[in-house]
Ligand binder design. Structure first.
Ligand SMILES: C[S@@+](CC[C@H](N)C(=O)[O-])C[C@H]1O[C@@H](n2cnc3c(N)ncnc32)[C@H](O)[C@@H]1O
Length: 229
């Protein structure tokens, strides 16, 4: 693996670090092996994420404003994304041979897990260009290729949505996803009930955001819902 200038940070993670430092100048990107997330080869799913002891505050005013303006959600693997990745790797039949879209991909965790689990193709969709870059780089580190896009593609077999409903204003994304796919998997620790009874809760998985944000206990459990038209 190529290294550039400093120890243990592969060249491509350096690209992510540069993006991260536009808002958090003292933060680093480090490589994390996700727990209970092994590919069929036995290799753990590995992501470049923010260092665990990243500066949290009090932040200088300009830094705080930059973080609020451009939150680097992609620099975390959110608990629900980790839970969905664990679920797909343990139950590959959900995605095997299918065309998958990971909506709100962030680091790319759910889409990468789907690709490792045998999806025919995976498109990662995120409105944040840094998230799309992170997804590409993280996918390459796991030996899979994902397409990335800012807009939901026309049609697919299944849409994955992990920790996208954190903002209630995102609830309409469910209907938008329904117009693109006959099946949807939603993983969310903040939303425990969905407005449409056709979303059936299929399992709950305890998973922490990585690096650990010390979230409230009530947000440690990701609820996984399945929609089938
Ligand atoms: C909390 S992060 C979750 C990332 C990842 N799924 C995970 O579980 O780690 C939510 C992501 O959704 C993206 N997002 C928010 N609204 C979106 C929209 N309308 N379309 C696509 N992506 C969106 C954000 O940019 C962010 O990367």
């Amino acid at each position: 693996m190529a290294f550039f200038g400093f120890v243990d940070t592969p060249l491509s993670f350096n690209q992510l670090q540069q993006q991260l430092r536009r808002t958090l100048p003292d933060a680093r990107i480090e490589s994390y092996d996700l727990p209970e997330c092994a590919a069929p080869s036995g290799q753990p799913l590995r992501l470049g994420l923010i260092n665990a002891n990243f500066p949290t505050g009090p932040l200088a005013g300009a830094t705080m404003r930059a973080v609020i303006r451009e939150p680097a959600y992609w620099a975390f693997c959110w608990g629900s994304g980790l839970a969905l990745a664990q679920f797909l790797l343990a139950n590959p039949q959900w995605v095997e041979g299918r065309k998958i879209v990971d909506l709100g991909s962030g680091s790319g965790v759910a889409g990468i897990a789907a690709a490792l689990a045998g999806a025919r193709s995976v498109i990662a969709c995120d409105t944040d260009p840094d998230a799309r870059l992170a997804t590409q780089i993280n996918a390459a580190h796991n030996g899979v290729q994902l397409e990335t896009t800012a807009h939901l593609p026309d049609a697919c077999d299944m849409v994955l949505m992990a920790d996208v409903l954190y903002d209630r204003q995102n609830l309409p994304l469910l209907k938008i996803a329904q117009a693109h796919a006959a099946e949807i998997l939603v993983a969310d620790s903040r939303v425990t009930q969905l407005p449409d009874p056709r979303y059936e809760e299929i399992t709950r998985i305890e998973a922490l955001t990585c690096p650990n944000l010390g979230e409230f206990d009530e947000f440690r459990l990701a609820h996984i819902f399945h929609f089938k038209a």
